[in-house]
Design a protein around this ligand. Structure first.
Ligand SMILES: Cc1ncc(COP(=O)(O)O)c(C=O)c1O
Length: 372
């Protein structure tokens, strides 16, 4: 049998495993930070209508620049995120993963490096690797916040071409203060003052769940600062695959140099536009999930767990001597959470009230077993 390593595959991909959380068929799945609420029926009907309209034109390639969709995304950001942005400042792709990939294709690549503060979203490192960009793991404090001095030191030492700041951070749930983002942005520009500076990517995939305002206003007057967002979480549309960025129009021009032509299908564009028509309803679910998230934090603490403050739709909890055994213990009780490999900690996504109750019951049993 031929194995991957028998193929003339790139050396840096040898021996590697693909990204992926287990997709197990269990009663309560709280492991991938999805929104637990299905799209409301009126939106499903509107998607069917808009997709039917798009289907009549499927003999043609879609709008390559997705102008109508980008206009609506710009309108959404302007309405909710504290800065008036125009269509030229917004770009969309198949999930924010593709947005990040396009950014790394344009600003990373062979001979260049990217840095993030770990533990963080593991795809930042993986997409860096797949685009030939060197990865540097930056420091995070024991409480999972970013220590500005330690971060500045790492930036000055490694001079990354691309710097990732994830706020709220996955898997810890930790938000990053605007002043910290500015300090790191300035440090990254200073470290690469002899080149054309560094690209700073603020990954705000969970921005709508935060207690704090969006970091979007920071892009103003900073052409090397990019904000990345997604419809996978707050819009409850992970299956749609729609991510977007807001930045200086020059960044949008740059990603167009590497995007595949017609990368965003007419069906995707039509579906996303339908979802944006229902923004207010969908954001109502966000409020419910924030309340459930806060309940999870409070109840987990009551049960004797340590919990990292969360600004996202998930909660990091522990600490377990053997986090993987605890993960298995919850799975045995029908609840799937995520073991991100952070020693001692697990991550649970806020689900429906009933799912969260089932999760809390399972933790209660686990903690009893632990103390017995
Ligand atoms: C921090 C962060 N960024 C980006 C993504 C990718 O989201 P998507 O590609 O679904 O937009 C995720 C997904 O979990 C994430 O946690």
């Amino acid at each position: 049998m031929t194995g991957i390593d028998d193929l003339p595959i790139r050396d840096e991909l040898r021996g590697k495993s693909p990204y992926g959380a287990p997709q197990l068929d269990v009663p309560v799945r709280l492991n991938t930070n999805e929104n637990p609420y299905p799209l409301p029926e009126p939106l499903v009907a509107r998607i069917a209508e808009r997709v039917a309209e798009a289907a009549r034109g499927l003999n043609r390639y879609p709008d390559r620049d997705a102008v109508e969709l980008r206009t609506e995304l710009a309108r959404y950001l302007s309405r909710t995120a504290g800065l008036e942005v125009g269509v030229a400042q917004v770009w969309a792709a198949n999930g924010s993963n593709e947005v990040l990939q396009q950014l790394l294709q344009a600003f990373g690549g062979p001979g260049r490096t990217a840095m993030g503060f770990e533990p963080s979203y593991s795809m930042h490192a993986l997409i860096s690797r797949s685009t030939g960009t060197g990865w540097i793991s930056g420091p995070r404090s024991a409480d999972f916040t970013i220590d500005v001095d330690a971060a500045r030191e790492a930036i000055a030492e490694h001079r990354p071409d691309v710097l990732f700041i994830t706020s709220p951070n996955n898997p810890t749930g930790t938000a990053v203060e605007a002043e910290t983002v500015l300090a790191l942005h300035d440090a990254a520009q200073a470290a690469r003052a002899d080149a054309a500076g560094a690209l700073v990517v603020v990954d705000e995939a969970y921005g709508e769940f935060s207690h704090r305002p969006s970091l979007l206003p920071l892009i103003e007057g900073r052409p090397r600062l990019v904000l990345s967002r997604t419809m996978s979480k707050a819009f409850g549309a992970a299956g749609l695959r729609l991510g977007y960025l807001a930045a200086d129009p020059a960044v949008v021009d740059a990603v167009q140099l590497v995007r595949l032509p017609y990368h965003l299908s007419a069906v995707t564009q039509a579906t996303a536009l339908a979802a944006l028509e229902h923004t207010d309803t969908l954001l109502g679910y966000v409020d419910a999930l924030k309340a459930e998230r806060d309940r999870l934090v409070a109840e987990l603490r009551t049960l004797g767990c340590e919990v990292t403050d969360s600004d996202a739709n998930f909660v990091q909890f522990g600490r377990f001597e053997d986090a993987h055994a605890a993960w298995q213990g919850l799975l045995d009780r029908g609840v799937l959470v995520r073991d991100n490999g952070v020693p001692g900690w697990l991550r649970v996504t806020a689900g429906t009230p009933a799912e969260n109750d089932a999760f809390l019951d399972a933790v209660r049993e686990l903690m009893k077993e632990k103390s017995a």
